[in-house]
Write a protein that binds this ligand. Structure first.
Ligand code: PMP
Length: 431
């Protein structure tokens, strides 16, 4: 790798004008140390930086780029839409097309409202659940991340965990008090909360296959039991598939585990790399949303024509080419190679995978919840991360994130990644 000298000098300037030099915390590399490369261009599986380095990218903008960087079907759709105007503040056919496509791909959704970020989607879903049930409390799982709205920054994963602020200052006591948190994969803990406060619980919100403490898979029957419990108490089940939607499987984790939520949140892949997210669900519930119903939610740029064009192009290509099934197979090849490299170096790791997502946990035992994830060897992770970066492999700069693959990742990319991992794990073993 060339130096990061140009990136470093821009980063120094960035820090003068932007908190931490970044517009989203994990990008700063603060928890792993060192300077982040500043990116000039992405193409296929690769990222290119200011200093002339290139990287095989397993971050993929934290998930959205299922087809890889600058896939022509997406960029052409965006260019065509841009030439006709960038925003209208009035309805368009593209919004209907994407809504129809999403409802077809995720059958539990009869209706859907487009928003601009996952944060907005989950925040609105919670307001809707509270409006619909007339109840105040919500239940979330420790280490799940649902964006940065106040109600959900309680025991939050992703950057909030990476930077040690799972409960952010600035969230009022009153808000935090109506968010009840329980450990993931622990049914008795949830049953206890319901036994105590069931009649006050508007909704359980969960990542069905959490990706924000690294990738954690649900125990057999766990999700079904949660569905049963919420029904018993008249609480809604909000499945946050902002990350897992069109990633774990075409129909999301709800299709893999056969659970039917009341409300689903989507984001990332749905916008093909442009700012789109959505919440939707049963018609009876969605009819509470303004202007049909009283639950208010709005957005100047919601359903933006460029974003809709990108989403339609990406999801149509995904559906027509069975991309999720292909990536599920490809992911097994890569993750098997990574596990073999760690085993050969004598480094204990767990490599859970699902669809096109995976995590390398530096742990001797299976990671089933936040406690297990935060017990991982973070020093080992840092060595691995920096060694991979030096060898041209760009990974999420935190143990508590998920890695992604795209349709653009080639056999050659995987072979290079596995070879780099061999070197990186050897460094870990020698440390
Ligand atoms: N929910 C989940 C499951 C997520 O992974 C994320 C983002 N990583 C969000 C919500 C928030 O989405 P955004 O960053 O677009 O606000």
């Amino acid at each position: 790798m060339n130096t990061l000298s140009k990136s470093s000098s821009v980063f120094a300037e960035a820090k003068l004008y932007i908190p931490g030099g970044v517009n989203s915390p994990v990008r700063s590399f603060r928890s792993v140390g060192g300077n982040p490369p500043f990116i000039t261009r992405g193409e296929g599986s690769k990222l290119y930086d200011l200093d002339g380095n290139n990287y095989i990218d397993y971050v993929l903008s934290y998930g959205p780029l299922l087809l890889g960087h600058a896939h022509p079907v997406v960029t052409e759709a965006v260019q065509e839409a841009a030439a006709k105007g960038t925003s209208f503040g009035a309805p368009t056919g593209a919004e209907v097309a994407l809504a129809k496509l999403v409802c077809e791909l995720v059958p539990s959704m009869d209706m859907v409202r487009m928003v601009n970020s996952g944060t907005e989607a989950t925040m609105s879903a919670i307001r809707l659940a509270r409006a619909y049930t007339g109840r105040d409390c919500i239940v979330k799982f420790i280490g799940c991340y649902h964006g940065h709205s106040d109600a959900l920054l309680v025991h939050a994963g992703s950057g909030a965990t990476t930077f040690g602020v799972p409960d952010s200052p600035g969230v009022t006591k009153g808000t935090a008090e109506t968010t009840l948190s329980v450990p993931f994969n622990d049914l008795p803990a949830l049953e206890n909360v319901f036994a105590e406060k069931g009649k006050e619980i508007a909704a359980v919100i969960m990542e069905p296959t959490p990706g924000n403490m690294g990738l954690v898979l649900p125990k057999d029957g766990y999700l079904q039991a949660i569905r049963k419990l919420t029904k018993k108490y008249g609480s809604l089940l909000i499945i946050d598939e902002v990350m897992s939607g069109f990633r774990s499987a075409q129909g999301g984790s709800q299709s893999l585990y056969h659970i039917e939520p009341d409300i689903t949140c989507l984001g990332k892949v749905i916008g093909g790399g442009l700012p789109v997210a959505a919440y939707g669900g049963k018609r009876e519930i969605m009819n509470w949303v303004s202007p049909v119903g009283p639950m208010y939610q709005a957005g100047t740029l919601s359903g933006n024509p460029l974003a809709m064009a990108a989403g339609i192009a990406a999801l149509t290509y995904m559906k027509e080419n069975d991309v999720c099934a292909t990536l599920t197979k490809r992911n097994a090849e890569l993750t098997d190679a990574l596990k073999a490299a760690a085993d050969a170096a004598g480094v204990p790791v767990q490599v859970p995978r699902l669809g096109s997502m995976f995590t390398v946990f530096f742990s001797e035992k299976e990671v089933t919840n936040y406690e297990d994830a935060t017990a991982c060897n973070l020093d080992a992770f840092r060595i691995y991360f920096h060694s991979m970066l030096e060898q041209g492999v760009y990974l999420p700069p935190s143990q508590f994130e998920t890695n992604f693959i795209s349709l653009a990742h080639s056999d050659e990319d995987f072979a290079k990644t596995a070879a780099a991992a061999k070197v990186a794990f050897t460094k870990v073993a020698e440390s």
